[in-house]
Ligand binder design. Sequence first.
Ligand code: WTA
Length: 660
Amino acid sequence: MVTEKPQQDTIDSILVEDRRFSPSSQFVENASINNSHHLKILNKLASDDNELFWAKLAHNEIDWHTRFNKALDDSQAPHYRWFDDGTLNISYNCIDRHLIDRANKKAIVFEGERGDKQTLTYRELHLAVSRFANVLKMYGIKRGDRVVLYMPMVPEAVIAMQACARIGAIHSVVFGGFSAKALKNRIEDAAAKAVITADGGYRGGKIIPLKTACDEALSEGCNSVQTVIVLKRTAQDIPMVQDRDIYWDEAIKHVSDDCAPEWVNSEHPLFLLYTSGSTGKPKGIQHSSAGYLLGAIVTMRWVFDANDNDIYWCTADVGWITGHTYVTYGPLALGMTLFMYEGAPTVPDAGRFWKLCQDHKVTVFYTAPTAIRALMKAGDDFPNKYDLSSLRLLGTVGEPINPEAWMWYHRVIGKERCPIVDTWWQTETGANVIAPLPGVVETKPGSCTLPLPGMDVAIVDESGKEIEDADKGGYLVIKKPWPSMLRTIWGDDKRYIETYWQRFNNKYYVAGDSARRDKDGYYWIMGRIDDVLNISGHRLGTMEIESALVANEKVTEAAVVSRPDELTGEAIFAYVVLKGERPTNGIDADLTNELQQWVAKQIGSIAKPKEIRYADNLPKTRSGKIMRRLLRTIACGEEISQDTSTLENEAILEQLQGKQ
Ligand code: WTA
């Protein structure tokens, strides 16, 4: 585990680390929380009585069908229950409650890669969600049933998620970039009754064959699936399976416009979202209804300073947690106008995001550092061509942002006018945990700043003791339960406890990241402490990729590590032992290409190793443990400083380093 402050590589970044940025007076003037006294009150309320703090917010922010009496039930800790005797409906809170004063307000504004546009007002969204919810009912989907979505980034993805929420079905969105095999595993783990997909999606000038992958996933096993609903997006000809597949537009012809919301308990699971962990099998993170919604709402207010005039754009795909909390649920719960784009940021050129910001007058823009770095690399001419004056607030998520990219975002996109909110959180936390309140908290490039009100975050050492010293790294933990926390891992309570709680005797939630705090108490995320990689802000388990490689008939053994990458944050580096001859110098471009395609097929393109090195063996200790840190050192091209005398076969080092 990393415990020391990392060496900064340039003088520039040292200077930047000590720089603080205050929000512009124009921003502060209009921000809803714009004086530090307000923040102090929130923090004081939260620390005086955390439960009461959340209870008050829950009463104010959620439209309840029946109100709750008790905020937190910790009798089964670390399985916590929030607002347990309350009932509500999430889609009612995201849509119906706005029909009184925002019926004709735009809820979703959409643009596709080819320039096609679509707009839905809250009234229209209400109709679309109600009808689709009736379709689900028509196909026998009931409260608690699982529905898998494998969709492009179009309004119908949000409509389908909201429709599930409306009838109390549990959605599990699978990112469209995942392979048929990954889709199949997720369908089977959740025993989904229906799959909602599309004939294709557009990205990078190509059609992503979603239905083809779906058919492949369903061709074997997946016996729980009775219905596949197919959205016509590309209108290409695709085979439809009789008695199983139905087109979306056909299905909605036969249902009524009204669908009363199904009132569910606060703890009713709203969705599952699979994420990578340190074993080969992705975990179905299970979220609740009320607590999750509350997290989404309060962070939209605090961190994104949401207001009724915003045109809000979060570029995340609905296949990730960011696309759940900050696309489908948070913005709609606040009655905002949500902008959605389906496609690549570089089509037709690297100015697309900035053109979209201009054309749609986007005010709040939230994206990943990887996208910022890629667009930065394309040059300032692209953003400079467009009028970005509508922007007032910028955000980042998913991975640490390097100070250089932060400064570019600040200068070239935000014109030094827009605060940048660097938001630290996870699929498991449901909503932002450490992030600035932009009208009050000064920012520092590369730091996610301070924990949000109500979030009791700490850094602890190996023994669980809190680290108070500045700049000393340790485990990032959360000491008190919070409403939007995950409830369990679907079907695996044991793994839930083992993964997140056991390390410190069920006392703290262990995030799996290491972090340090500087002298001002600001948090700096240092990296993962487990075998999870972060590629372009996407989480992938090393074991998942290793299992995929080993499943290839040519491969005997594989070890996967990451090394820093200028663009994607981290890049995947794989060491492979073949069944046959090892190629000379451990390099074979054709085989590497073949294995890359193989991994893409097993998991998805994002999991493709960037580099593969072939060796006769892996560096193992005499007890058979692979020395991963050593492999990481080699992948980074660094001098080996570790003690290698415990290696079973020290001579293998030359091969691993590509010297033989
Ligand atoms: C990393 C994404 C640094 C972290 C919302 C975490 C970050 C993992 C940040 C969760 C940030 C997320 N700065 N690192 N602002 N945000 N991470 O579940 O390692 O896809 O544990 O959720 O991303 O990834 P996940």
